[in-house]
Write a protein that binds this ligand. Structure first.
Ligand SMILES: Cc1cc2nc3c(=O)[nH]c(=O)nc-3n(C[C@H](O)[C@H](O)[C@H](O)COP(=O)(O)OP(=O)(O)OC[C@H]3O[C@@H](n4cnc5c(N)ncnc54)[C@H](O)[C@@H]3O)c2cc1C
Length: 527
């Protein structure tokens, strides 16, 4: 009996629908099972990296995403950090994510997650073989070796049905049913701190920010916060904001003065209308494994953490960009089992680093900073340290450069690791993201990358190129070739041959052709 589809995706949030688009565009059929019928209205996940915009470019929806932006064109996406409150004398507004834009083919952007999700859903609806089943809750999953079965219940009808597929991916958020059912444990740091998320409208608060240069976010820091943030983010330019901050453990919607908390963080009083109040516990939790047999997890189901630094959604989309082509390769028959295994081996260490070093490390560093430096105790020492601190923000953003050197499907130098910490450069390095560079035709190399692997061959002879294309042909590995001189911007790559994966990370690079191209290809497809 044939299956209902090739891949079942549980969860129709941005990660689940993003995976449906990635798979659908690769000709893989999938059914997305989503409990909700409508769209949520929480303006989370706004801070989108240049890399995330590359996914949208790749999926053919970049214009629609840019058009869905709520902030005026040109309004800065970056933020400001203030000491004490937003009326204090100490603040800095460092350059942020935009400093990395040269290393990506698209620039970063900012828009409410629900607006982005609408574009993704509309795209998914146009792809043959992609089906969205809204109003169904996944209840149990089973891997029976040759395939998977999902049991789901209609939210309004109560009807129970089963779906079958080759693979299943749980993109069902931090409280993932799929993760629980397959028994994947999570570990990390629980900060034992309750946080509030408030969505509010206030023209007066907007007006109160006029002392600052235009910014999208306003982060307040002070000693009593222990390294946590009081964080205001714009939804639009005029009156819409969200705010998150630590609150006492017993706080409820009814027993706390949230407007007073906004005033305290702002340092001035204003009227505000609340559209939403919610709570979450400040924790960094990463799944021990991202796969059990034919069942995978991705996005918040695999990693959850506070919205410090904009890692959640951006990494969730990177998860499925990594997994999508691997599932397609396996289903098409040219990818091996190690390719599927490599998904977790590449993505999990990256997120472990994010949780421990970038999010946890930053909370610890900030707590230590405000413990040591206090303008009320030693103004001169504080001012000197605050000045240095303002330079650290850009450094933090630059340090985040994920790579998969430790992957079994990357031919990297000995000792290379999969990690979130690195350095941005145009140089081609195995396991790292390919930086865009201009071709001699005036196009960019990104305009020429194929849907499968791409060999960038610079100053290469016909014989050298044939060594790769013959081997690829024998192994049914989809390979496009981008041929050019090694002059101009291409010289920055520092290598004559660059083998680029379908997710635009570099599988291998070198100045000479490999001794055995077949062996190289066997490695990169996990055969
Ligand atoms: C205030 C705030 C600000 C943030 N800012 C940023 C930011 O700037 N940048 C960034 O990258 N990230 C940010 N994030 C994080 C980001 O919002 C999440 O990482 C993102 O939503 C994760 O997407 P997801 O698809 O994995 O999970 P979700 O968005 O949680 O979607 C999961 C979906 O699965 C569905 N579901 C759950 N269980 C079932 C079931 N049993 N059956 C069927 N369906 C089910 C749910 O209804 C939901 O639609 C922020 C988060 C918050 C709260």
């Amino acid at each position: 009996m044939s299956n209902d589809t090739q891949v079942i995706i549980v969860g129709g949030g941005p990660v689940g629908v993003g995976l449906a688009v990635e798979l659908g565009l690769r000709g893989v059929s999938c059914i997305v099972v989503e409990r909700r019928t409508g769209m949520h209205n929480i303006p989370k996940g706004q801070n989108l990296t240049a890399r995330t915009l590359e996914h949208f470019f790749n999926w053919g929806i970049i214009d629609e995403i840019r058009a869905a932006r709520v902030m005026p064109a040109g309004y800065p996406e970056s933020g400001l950090v203030a000491y004490g409150n937003l009326r204090g004398e100490y603040w800095y507004a460092p350059p942020m994510r935009e400093i990395l834009n040269p290393y990506y083919i698209q620039k970063n952007d900012r828009l409410p997650q629900y607006e982005m999700e609408k574009v993704l859903r509309a795209k998914a609806g146009t792809i043959p073989g992609v089906e969205l089943r809204l109003g169904w809750a996944a209840e149990s999953v089973a891997d029976h070796g040759g395939g998977v079965t999902l049991t789901m219940t209609g939210e309004s009808s109560g009807e129970r049905i089963e779906l079958t597929a080759d693979y299943l991916v749980g993109c069902d958020g931090a409280h993932s049913t799929v993760r629980d059912r397959i028994g994947i444990r999570r570990s990390g740091d629980d900060y034992d701190q309750l946080m509030v998320l408030a969505v509010f409208r206030s023209k007066e608060f907007h007006d109160g920010l006029s002392r600052y240069p235009e910014r999208s976010t306003y982060r307040v820091m002070k000693p009593e916060l222990n390294g946590y943030w009081q964080f205001f983010g714009r939804i639009d330019v005029g009156e819409g904001f969200f705010f998150h901050a630590p609150v006492p453990a017993d706080t409820t919607r009814e027993n706390y003065d949230f407007l007073g908390l906004l005033h305290e963080a702002a340092g001035f009083e204003f009227d505000a209308e609340f559209d939403h109040l919610g709570f979450w516990d400040l924790r960094v939790l990463v799944a021990e494994e991202y796969r059990k047999g034919r069942i995978f997890i991705a996005g918040d189901a695999a990693h959850s953490h506070p919205p410090y630094g904009g890692f959640g959604l951006n990494n969730g989309l990177e998860d499925i960009r990594n997994l999508g082509w691997k599932l397609a390769a396996r289903l098409e028959g040219w990818g091996g089992e190690t390719l599927l295994e490599s998904y977790g081996l590449e993505r999990q260490p990256v997120f472990r680093d994010i949780g421990e070093k970038l999010i946890g490390g930053r909370i610890r560093d900030d707590a230590a900073f405000f413990d040591q430096f206090n303008p009320e105790k030693d103004r001169a020492a504080f001012e000197e340290a605050w000045e240095k601190e303002s330079g650290r923000a850009g450094g933090f953003i630059r340090r985040y450069e994920p790579s998969y050197g430790g992957s079994p499907v990357v031919a990297a130098p000995d000792g290379a690791k999969s990690t979130a910490i690195g350095e941005h450069t145009f140089e081609a390095r195995a396991g790292h993201h390919l930086a865009p560079r201009g071709l001699s035709t005036d196009a960019n190399v990104y305009d020429e990358l194929g849907a499968g692997f791409t060999l960038i061959a610079l100053d290469a002879s016909d014989d050298e190129i044939r060594a790769f294309t013959d081997a690829a042909g024998e192994m049914a590995l989809p390979l496009s070739v981008v041929r050019d001189t090694a002059a101009d911007e291409r010289a920055d790559y520092g290598q004559r041959f660059i083998l680029v994966r379908p997710d635009h990370f570099i599988a291998w690079c070198g100045d000479e052709i490999p001794d055995d191209a077949r062996a190289l290809f066997r490695t990169v497809i996990g055969a």
